[in-house]
Ligand binder design. Structure first.
Ligand SMILES: [Zn+2]
Ligand SMILES: [Zn+2]
Length: 264
């Protein structure tokens, strides 16, 4: 098994565990390769039913190994969020695509003639997808379907679900985030993804889960561990190890520990 195959296998397991964990009432999160869009291929990326895009681990032409990451989505006109993807064609500059287009192309196929992307709750930043007709999609927590212009217009008159309105925990003076959270004192979605990536890095460094929990100020270790699995690709089956592991000692303490170990 090559390293790439091992990573792919691990990802598949991680996705499955995420799916199981999130499968209470909603459609489980699923990652699929981003298909060709407008004639261009994007083989270095995957899209999730949660409305996220991530790059895959890759090696640069210079031989440097780069770890894949969830892409930062930026708000565009009308609140539609966009991401920048490198095209497989090296002659092309990166393409900026709306998240709804990537999600629908990945999970619902080509846009039928005369149709357009419909956000069922009218929130252009909610790009979650679930299969089925409109009603089934809604029930499963999805928000995107291909629909007609008339249907799209009618959506705007529907009652609105709660929107994130509270400043992100990482807003000034703690940080510079201008994202919004659904509840006071919480992080926006983008910062939550960042926590997951960083938490996974800390766990891989040997920090134990309690240290990671305190670092981010969460009430439960289970919650931050779930983020590390979902967004940082940390293996869900290593939870017990994450609770008990200790980082290798550095500096003079490490030197003493090694001497004592060598003597004993
Ligand atoms: Zn292209
Ligand atoms: Zn934020």
């Amino acid at each position: 098994m090559t390293e790439a195959e091992a990573v792919a296998a691990l990802r598949a397991i991680t996705d499955e565990v995420c799916a199981l964990a999130g499968a209470v009432a909603e459609y489980p999160e699923r990652w699929e390769p981003v298909p060709r869009i407008d004639g261009c291929a994007f083989s270095g990326y995957q899209c999730s039913t949660m409305g996220l895009v991530r790059s895959l681990d890759r090696t640069t032409p210079g031989g440097r190994a780069l770890r894949g990451t969830v892409l930062k989505a930026t708000p565009g006109s009308g609140g539609y969020v966009r991401v920048k993807l490198a095209c497989d064609d090296p002659a092309h500059k990166p393409h900026t695509l709306t998240m709804q287009k990537i999600v629908l192309r990945t999970f619902a196929g080509e846009c039928p003639p005369g149709m357009e992307a419909r956000h069922l709750d009218s929130d252009p930043a909610n790009n979650r997808w679930a299969p089925g007709n409109e009603e089934e999609t809604r029930k499963a927590g999805g928000n995107l379907v291909w629909g007609t212009k008339a249907e799209n217009h009618a959506d705007k008159d529907d009652p609105q679900p709660p929107k994130p309105t509270y400043p992100c925990l990482n807003a000034f003076p703690r940080g510079t985030c201008d994202g919004k959270a659904l509840n006071p004192g919480r992080r926006c979605i983008r910062c939550t993804v960042d926590v997951g990536i960083e938490a996974a890095r800390m766990l891989r460094d040997g920090q134990n889960l309690e240290t990671v929990r305190q670092h981010f100020g969460y009430k439960t270790g289970d919650w931050v561990f779930g983020l590390a699995v979902r967004y940082g690709g940390y293996p869900a089956e290593l939870k017990d190890q994450a609770r008990t592991q200790q980082p290798p000692l550095k500096g003079w303490r490490g030197w003493v520990a090694r001497r004592v170990g060598a003597a004993g």
